[in-house]
Design a protein. Structure first.
Length: 236
């Protein structure tokens, strides 16, 4: 379930509950687009509130993902909101959205349903949804203990693209749903002491030839990052 709340300096107040949202995620961080609210509990109230707010100040608010107690789990900022269309309990809004990548809300819904209970759940995600999984992992990974001089093993047969590599690495370092980078800059930051690792001593990369063929020049870039952070990489 989702909820809508206006931007506020105080605690957010959800004024409408929504069964589902279409078109809210995007590979682009900030995008101007329409989103469709499916089955709003009081569409008339929501439309009236948005139209009244537009007359008073620059219109902005949040689309919030809610748990079964209707508490806010995560939220997406939307500004310059306009009501474009409404039909029955469905409402289409236009606005500038600070969006999450595709797959982000899917991962959160699985978490709320207690479905992320083992490694490699991310393999159920489409290629274009893996960045959404990685952002979810970034937001939810909790570091209980800082590791030092750890040895990690990954298998090139277990992932089929660069995002899959980051998903695999994150779980090998930080367990189920764990995060350890989602791009080259983030990987470098993690190896500098972020996300629970003070130092990594070695990385054992099984079936690395497959990864090298898939990643091309990016494979060498990954190796360079590990070398710069004094991690021994054993290619097998």
């Amino acid at each position: 379930m989702f909820g809508f709340a206006f931007d506020s300096e105080t605690e957010l107040e959800v004024i409408a509950y929504i069964d589902d949202i279409k078109n809210i995620e995007s590979p682009e961080n900030i995008i101007y687009r329409t989103i469709r609210l499916i089955n709003v509990d009081n569409a008339t109230l929501l439309i009236s509130a948005i139209e009244n707010a537009t007359e008073i100040y620059e219109n902005s608010g949040f689309i919030c993902l809610l748990d079964d107690k209707k508490s806010i789990i995560t939220k997406t900022f939307i500004s310059n909101i306009r009501v474009i269309k409404s039909k029955k309990n469905n409402v289409t809004l236009l606005g500038q959205i600070w969006s999450y990548p595709p797959g982000y809300h899917k991962a959160w819904k699985m978490r709320l349903n207690n479905e992320i209970i083992q490694k490699n759940i991310w393999k159920n995600f489409r290629k274009e949804e893996l960045q959404g999984w990685l952002v979810y992992a970034l937001h939810t990974t909790i570091i209980d203990q800082v590791k030092e001089n750890i040895s990690i093993q990954i298998n090139g047969n277990e992932f089929h693209n660069l995002d899959g590599f980051f998903c695999t690495l994150g779980e090998e370092v930080n367990g189920i749903g764990g995060y350890f980078g989602r791009g080259f800059g983030a990987l470098n930051d993690c190896l500098c002491g972020e996300f629970g690792v003070k130092a990594m001593s070695e990385l054992i990369w099984l079936n690395h030839q497959r990864s090298k063929k898939l990643f091309k020049t990016k494979f060498d870039k990954i190796l360079q990052i590990f070398e710069d952070r004094h991690v021994k990489v054993f290619l097998k």
